[in-house]
Design a protein around this ligand. Structure first.
Ligand SMILES: *Cc1c(COP(=O)(O)O)cnc(C)c1O
Length: 380
């Protein structure tokens, strides 16, 4: 076995269990207490104290002015794009290296993704690639128009891959220059900071996910953050069926969405948020152990935190020297109880997004061929 030592190291790191999952949830705090409290109160559904508390905790944690709890991260991105004013036939600039949910949300508003490359250090949207794409964009009456297609750029959606922050301040500057709304897919990066500020809070909107495989989970859930008072209010309104407040009348003033986060899930989220900083500390220590171990490894390069970043280390990742090595590493680890996974298929390869605009995607294609995620759960 070529990767015997690496497998032994990972097994040892996670207490020599028979099977080491890629990322499992950790429920070490008030989860059961809050869940029982929710059931006893009968308020398990659309309203309840934990929904309010979840939103308040997220405002406090991220520093955003508004936080709106929703049913999942995909809905958070969808609603953000809708409120950013993205229209049918618009182009939305994003990464080909992302989970499919980003592109699905873009499709829900009838827009089309346009793929730019990622940075080979932080795996997130490349500033250089964005800048190059924007050479083909001109402002017409204040609207950013992609000259070759005549289409409007509705938004730009960078994603902080595996929790590694993009150079989001520079991306924001470029978006501002071209009058393009910035929506951050921060689904994987809750707890990650860039220049001391939370990822997800640089754009007009940020979207977080609390799915089962993320750093913290509430079963299923999402949060939209924004500093815009009007849009923040509208986000809450539209995600809760757009009902005009009244003691008994049912009046609705928009086509609304049933995107609310149930109180039951919010209870779980509150208990998990209480532990988030401890989890991030724990995960950072694990990443440091990996970094030291893989230092100068013959076959494997560990992806390290970039400048100005504090990553949440949601998923640790290594690059193999070539794709033959990648497949062997995947095979040997998975055969021996160490769960590892390759990165997602690039979005432009999927049937639905085959015809979409894209650049050369040089880094994305290289990363796709060599990257493997390695076990990253909180170590108990
Ligand atoms: C998990 C994830 C989402 C979607 O979140 P859900 O809560 O599962 O809907 C969106 N984008 C990225 C990049 C993700 O990893």
């Amino acid at each position: 076995m070529q990767f015997k030592n690496e497998i032994e190291f990972i097994k040892n790191l996670y207490g020599n269990k028979d099977f080491i999952p890629l990322h499992e949830p950790a429920f070490l705090g008030n989860e059961k207490k809050y869940l029982i409290e929710t059931i006893d109160s009968t308020f398990v559904s659309s309203v309840g104290k934990f929904v309010d508390q979840f939103e308040e905790m997220m405002r406090h944690y991220t520093g955003a002015k508004h936080a709106i709890a929703v049913v999942n991260g995909t809905a958070a991105i969808h609603m953000s794009l809708l409120l950013a004013g993205v229209k049918r036939e618009d182009l939305v600039i994003t990464q080909a290296l992302s989970f499919v949910a980003t592109c699905n949300a873009i499709s829900y508003v009838g827009a089309q993704p346009a793929f730019v490359d990622v940075d080979n250090k932080n795996l997130s949207m490349s500033v250089e690639a964005l800048e190059k794409f924007l050479l083909n964009v001109e402002l017409h009456n204040g609207n950013p128009i992609h000259t070759p297609t005549g289409k409007k750029i509705g938004a730009c959606v960078p994603m902080h891959t595996f929790g590694f922050p993009a150079e989001i301040d520079l991306i924001k500057d470029l978006c501002d220059k071209y009058n393009i709304p910035l929506v951050e897919d921060a689904a994987e990066s809750l707890g990650s900071l860039y220049k001391g500020r939370h990822t997800g809070t640089f754009g007009l909107f940020g979207a977080y996910s609390f799915n089962g495989n993320k750093t913290i989970t509430c079963g299923g859930g999402g949060i939209i953050v924004t500093n815009d008072d009007e849009l923040g209010k509208l986000a809450k309104h539209l995600t809760t069926q757009a009902k005009v407040p009244h003691r008994w009348e049912y009046v609705h003033d928009y086509v609304g969405y049933n995107y609310r986060c149930p109180n039951l899930n919010a209870a779980l989220a509150c208990a998990q948020l209480e532990q988030l900083e401890d989890f991030v500390e724990n995960k950072r220590e694990t990443a440091n152990r990996y970094k030291d171990y893989f230092f100068n490894n013959e076959f494997v390069e560990f992806i390290r935190e970039s400048k100005y970043s504090r990553t949440n280390n949601w998923l640790n990742a290594v690059l193999l020297k070539n794709n033959v090595q990648r497949d062997l590493f995947l095979q040997e680890t998975n055969d021996n109880g160490v769960m590892t996974r390759p990165v997602w298929s690039l979005m432009h390869r999927l049937e639905m997004f085959k015809g979409c605009l894209r650049d050369e995607l040089t880094n994305s294609i290289d990363i796709e061929s060599r990257l493997v995620n390695i076990p990253s759960s909180v170590r108990k």
